[in-house]
Design a protein around this ligand. Structure first.
Ligand code: 89Y
Length: 340
């Protein structure tokens, strides 16, 4: 099969990793890049040998013959660009979080459904190597029925240094990180039956919340607590961006702890193994496990684009994650449990 031709819309921080991750997967040809500040697009084009650069999305869509587009812009541009791609009948990948609110996300999914255009969400967290292995250990059933789980993504890492716009988000940690952790919770434990959330703002120079605690009942069987914080404080085991898990089942327990140690404890004892992510030369070591996860995420989406398999994170599927994110804000604001 000929390589699929695509364009990247948005050349900020994440494009420096999503583009080489595409080259890692192979089977694609990056024809053009767009960025509102076109000088930034030229920089990325020069770095990755991309033939054409645009400062106008419609001009790009009119001029290029493409098989899909990959949107890596900031959140506020997602809806307009997804709808444009749908208008041009182009399959589209959109960076998480899908939209700044639930209604916009629903409109994006509906627009693509109406146009008969596939919409995929670039949601990479669930593709982290240690999390895939954790899922496998859970599915193998040795710990029995999981009745409770804790997911901790707590770090003092200065996330605003590389992504300054995060400071301006009125809805910060639940959209930025909750999109990932709640999606991962769905991946591991199924759909949510209820949700309760509390949020806090520790930084005084940002617009949104930087701490969130979400308690869910999932899959009808599991109580899941998701602890998130980017409070800029100091923590002994601060290994950004590693997520820690502790899962209790009626026959044992599973832990994914610091430095990717996966421990499965059953009647016969504890089996430990270290599941280090692959290190790529193009990745920023400070984001190792996340940057490495972009490769299998892209590979999964590419299979679907080629008609060779199902994508895990379709627009329709990710809408369920988006619903949880905004349900969490509603719960925190109204101080009540939401039932689904
Ligand atoms: O934006 C976020 C992401 O997708 O991964 C980590 C992050 O950079 C900060 O939460």
């Amino acid at each position: 099969m000929a390589p699929l031709k695509f364009a990247v819309l948005g050349t900020g921080f994440w494009s420096y990793f999503q583009i080489p991750a595409w080259f890692e997967v192979g089977g694609v040809e990056l024809r053009a890049v767009y960025n509102r500040t076109v000088a930034k697009a030229y920089k990325v084009a020069a770095k990755f040998n991309i033939p054409r650069v645009y400062g106008d999305v419609e001009e790009l869509l009119k001029s290029e013959e493409l098989d899909f587009v990959d949107i890596i812009t900031e959140i506020d541009a997602h809806a307009a660009f997804v709808k444009l791609a749908a208008q041009y009948h182009l399959p589209v990948i959109c960076q998480k979080p899908m939209a700044p609110d639930l209604q916009t996300a629903e409109e994006m999914v509906a627009a693509c459904q109406k146009a008969g255009v596939p919409l995929f969400i670039h949601e990479n967290w669930r593709w982290q190597a240690p999390i895939r292995l954790l899922k496998q250990a859970l599915s193998e059933g040795s710990i029995g029925r999981p009745f409770r789980a804790r997911i901790d993504m707590i770090s003092g890492f200065p996330v605003f240094d590389n992504q300054p716009f995060l400071k301006t988000l009125k809805h910060f940690i639940l959209t930025d990180l909750g999109s990932h952790t709640l999606d991962t919770a769905r991946f591991l434990f199924g759909e949510a039956d209820s949700l309760y959330c509390q949020t806090r703002q520790v930084h005084t120079d940002i617009a949104g919340e930087d701490v969130a605690t979400v308690i869910l009942e999932m899959g009808g069987t599991t109580t899941v607590t998701v602890n998130m914080a980017y409070a800029g404080n100091f923590l002994e085991h601060d290994n950004f961006p590693q997520t820690y898990f502790f899962i209790e089942g009626d026959q044992g327990s599973i832990e994914l702890g610091p430095n990717y140690w996966l421990r499965v404890t059953t009647r016969v004892g504890t089996q430990s193994r270290q599941v280090k992510p692959r290190r790529y030369a193009w990745a920023d070591p400070a984001y190792d496990v996340v940057h490495a996860s972009i490769v299998p995420c892209n590979a999964n989406l590419l299979k679907a684009l080629k008609g060779e398999g199902q994508a895990e994170t379709t627009g329709e599927d990710n809408l369920r994650t988006v619903r949880l994110v905004f349900a969490a804000y509603e719960s925190a604001e109204e101080k009540r449990v939401l039932l689904f």
